[in-house]
Every structure is written in structure tokens, then in C-alpha cells.
Ligand binder design. Structure first.
Ligand code: DWN
Ligand code: SAH
Ligand code: ZN
Length: 410
């Protein structure tokens, strides 16, 4: 049994998805022989309840100049982060000379609005390619990993921050001690640390097992974040469900006594009791095995019947699901994705070619397997002509199903 990365407590293994390559390390066709593999398994700490991966991949292998994910790649995400920024501008950042730091700003999807408003800001982003895209939008970016030393330096050059914000990044940082000491060093006494991250409840109840990969080191719950906050001298003052990635949670931390705690925290804590029961994990494990069985069965049947299938979207999730299920180009000959830095490369491990979106229409396949299922509304609406041409979508969470018509209400 392993020790918890946060508190050293005993961690019980709950799910093992086998040996996996790095989710966002899309190799070129000539680079397939030296992929990095690790064991993708997760477990929960008996003491602090934090769900975490059992093996940690060194950060430089993941977040480097070639890191391909672009946060501005979907209209839904652009709208969401613009409204996050607008809300900060109306409240915490409305004071004179206010200062906001974003950890993991990626291509600047959130800070673009802040920079446009002329408010003092700094994005901290180690992945050079996306950091450059942010800088090109007029955003101030520090191309580094956020950790205690970085935070101390930012404070001495820029002064303390009114808001420290992160989205889908805090769960990527195994070294929570350095991170949280850094936040403590950088935040104004009355400031807030806000982060929104994938929610363990969504993963477990929505069978979203493909959210597990090397980058998502922690899967937070309100309970585990509260425990983490206290450990580092903070208080969890609010938790609020947010819609991205199938259902995330936004946590707000402050120094004790600085801000009133909302009623949300208590009610969400009560709702979480079911979530961490052994029976819940057992059901999750068998549902994941069922998805593998049904998805591979469906793809094999379609192949036998001479139907064409193409993958839609190459998110990090495509790596987990195709490697866990053993789905290669024999079952899904290619996937289409709008991200230039993924195109003409291969899905890690299973080596399914990634092509630009044009390849989807030329000609339409009979079936499209939607790997970017969290963008289903945006994508199905955008590709309405595919359904009208007689095409069908295959979704695989929370269970394998085929969608043949435009869902009602659209
Ligand atoms: O936490 C993380 C989140 C923020 O982003 C990172 N660890 C990595 C990444 O996760 P992901 O790769 O699962 O993110 P998405 O947003 O589910 O990726 C969607 C993919 O689908 C992108 O590669 C873009 C693509 N896409 C497309 O081809 N056409 C997306 C849309 C909306 C489209 O119309
Ligand atoms: N905030 C964006 C991007 C999330 S992807 C969104 O919500 O869509 C995670 C980002 O965190 C990547 O761009 C990665 O390079 C960055 N990252 C990973 N570790 C980090 C660290 N220690 N400090 C700052 N950024 C980090
Ligand atoms: Zn622990």
C-alpha cells in the first residue's frame, strides 16, 4: 500500500486502467518507438480522503513547449472563462490597482478579458507553446511552473494578489505543499484563491473513467479540498458546481476569519457521503468494465457489418479510453480534431491518426465516436448536417449508446 501524496496516510487502490502512455503526448508517425508508459491507477486516502493517482509522472514530461491543449478551442470554454473574468472584474478586481494571478493560464482564455480591461494580472504557464499564444493576446505571462519559490518572487516584484485563480490546473499539481505555501505567500490577507476542477462525483456517477490520465493527479471532493485547505492554514468558504468537463466544482479558499462561509459547503458535504462508500466504487469499477465490453463489441459489430466509424475529438480522454479498451486504427481508422498541434500526429499508445475536421465531411462516416463527449452539445449542433445525412453518434459515458436524431430542444 502506498502513502498519500498529501498527508502520508494509507491509500486504498480503487481502479486500475493498466499501462498507459502520456495522454497529451501525440507522437508523429516516426516517433512511435519511444513512448513513455506508466501504470494508471487511482486510490483514496484513508485519512484525508483525497483521491489520487498511484504513480506520478515527472512534470517536465507533460508540460513543455509542445503541450498541445488549447483552452480556447471551444466556444463553450471561451464563453465560460469570459464570464469568470467578467465576474472577477465586477467584484474582487473592481478596486484600484487590483492584481490577479492565474496558475495554468494556458492560451489566455480567461486572462484575455482581464488584460483587455487594463487590470493588473500575471499568468503562470510552463508550456511555452500555449504561453506564447497568451502573450500574443497582450497577456503578461511567466513561463514557469507555479510553486512556492515562484510565488515568493511574484509577490516581491508585483505585490500581493487580490485573486489567485486556476482552472483544471490545481488537480494537475501533485506537490500541493509547495503550491499551497506559494498561495499563502502571494495572496493578500483578504484575498481569495479560486479554482475549478473536475469533480470526483461527476467521474464516479457519470462513469467518466477517461478523465483519469497522467495530468489529473488528484480528483477533488468538497471534503478532500476542505481537508487540504485546513492542512495549509486556509478555510474552504465556498464550493459551487460549474458546467465544464461534464460537471466540475469551483472552490473558494480564504484565510480563516476573513470571509463568511456559504451554506453550499455543508450541503455538498452531506451529498458526498454516498460517493465514497465501497459499494459506490464497486459499481463504478463494474460499469467501467461494462463500457469496455459494450464499446468494443459495438465497434467490432459495425466493422463486420461494413459500416464506417470515425472518432470525433482527440482530447486527453481519447488516450485513456482507446488504450484501456484496446481500440486501434483497425476499429477506428482516424479521429478528427480542430487542434493544429494534434493534427497529423497519432493518438498516444494506440496510434490512431489525428486528422483535421475537414476529413470528417469527406465523406461523412456512418458512425462518429464522440471522444470529446463533454462538448457534445456544441459539436452535435455544429455538425447537424452529419445527422441529417443519416449519420449516428456513438457516446460511451455513462454508458454506450447510439444517437441518431437531433436531441429535443435544439
Ligand atoms: O484538464 C485539462 C483540460 C482543461 O483540458 C487538461 N488536462 C487537458 C485538457 O483535457 P481534454 O483534452 O480532455 O479537453 P477537452 O476540452 O475535452 O478537449 C476537447 C478536444 O476536442 C480538443 O482537442 C479540441 C477538440 N474539439 C474539436 O475537435 N472540435 C473540440 C470542439 C468543441 C470541436 O468542435
Ligand atoms: N486553465 C485552462 C488550461 C488547463 S490545462 C483551462 O481550464 O482550460 C492545464 C494547464 O496547467 C496546462 O496549460 C499546463 O501547462 C499548466 N500547468 C501544469 N502544471 C502547472 C504548474 N505547476 N504551474 C502552472 N501551470 C501548470
Ligand atoms: Zn491523505
Amino acid at each position: 500500500m502506498l502513502g498519500c501524496r498529501l498527508c502520508g496516510g494509507l491509500v486504498d487502490e480503487l481502479l486500475d486502467l493498466g499501462r498507459q502512455p502520456l495522454a497529451n503526448s501525440f507522437p508523429r508517425p516516426d516517433q512511435t518507438t519511444d513512448e513513455f508508459f506508466y501504470r494508471l491507477a487511482m486510490g483514496a486516502c484513508r485519512d484525508c480522503s483525497m483521491m489520487q493517482l498511484l504513480e506520478e509522472v515527472p512534470r517536465d514530461l507533460k508540460y513543455h513547449d509542445g503541450y498541445p491543449y488549447r483552452a480556447s478551442g471551444s466556444a463553450t470554454h471561451r464563453d465560460h472563462f469570459t464570464s469568470v473574468a467578467t465576474n472577477f472584474l465586477a467584484r474582487e478586481l473592481s478596486t484600484k490597482d487590483a492584481f490577479v494571478v492565474e496558475i495554468g493560464c494556458n492560451d489566455g482564455v480567461m486572462l484575455a478579458r482581464i488584460a483587455k480591461a487594463g487590470v493588473r494580472h500575471l499568468g503562470v504557464e510552463p508550456a511555452g507553446g500555449v504561453a506564447e499564444l497568451a502573450a500574443a493576446k497582450g497577456i503578461d505571462v511567466l513561463r514557469e511552473f507555479f510553486e512556492e519559490e515562484t510565488a515568493v518572487r511574484i509577490r516581491s516584484t508585483h505585490g500581493p494578489a487580490d485573486v489567485i485563480f486556476a482552472a483544471n490546473t490545481i488537480c494537475h499539481i501533485p506537490y500541493a505543499d509547495s503550491l499551497m505555501r506559494g498561495v499563502a505567500a502571494l495572496l493578500k490577507p483578504g484575498g481569495i484563491f479560486v479554482f475549478e476542477e473536475p469533480y470526483l462525483g461527476t467521474v464516479i456517477n457519470g462513469m467518466a473513467f477517461d478523465q483519469l490520465y497522467d495530468e489529473h493527479f488528484y480528483f477533488f471532493t468538497v471534503r478532500s479540498v476542505q481537508s487540504m485547505a485546513r492542512r495549509f492554514g486556509f478555510e474552504l468558504i465556498d464550493a459551487e458546481p460549474t458546467p465544464l468537463h461534464g460537471g466540475s466544482m469551483r472552490y473558494t479558499l480564504a484565510l480563516p476569519g476573513q470571509r463568511a462561509r456559504t451554506a453550499n459547503v455543508r450541503s455538498l458535504l452531506a451529498q458526498e457521503e454516498e460517493l465514497t462508500k465501497p459499494d459506490t466504487y464497486r459499481r463504478f469499477r463494474s460499469a467501467v468494465e461494462r463500457i469496455r465490453h459494450d464499446l468494443v463489441g459495438l465497434l467490432e459489430q459495425l466493422k463486420q457489418d461494413g459500416r464506417t466509424v470515425v472518432g470525433y475529438g482527440a482530447p486527453g480522454k481519447v488516450t485513456t479510453v482507446t488504450n484501456y479498451c484496446g481500440i486501434g486504427p483497425d476499429l477506428v481508422p482516424y479521429v478528427c480534431d480542430s487542434t493544429p498541434s494534434k493534427q497529423h500526429r497519432l493518438v498516444p499508445g494506440t496510434h490512431i491518426p489525428v486528422r483535421p475536421p475537414d476529413a470528417f465531411r469527406d465523406p461523412y462516416p456512418d458512425y462518429a465516436l464522440l471522444f470529446a463527449w463533454n462538448h457534445a452539445d456544441e459539436i452535435i449542433a455544429k455538425e447537424q448536417a452529419f445527422l441529417e445525412a443519416g449519420g449516428s453518434w456513438i457516446l460511451y459515458v455513462p454508458e454506450v449508446r447510439v444517437v441518431r436524431h437531433v436531441p429535443a430542444g435544439r
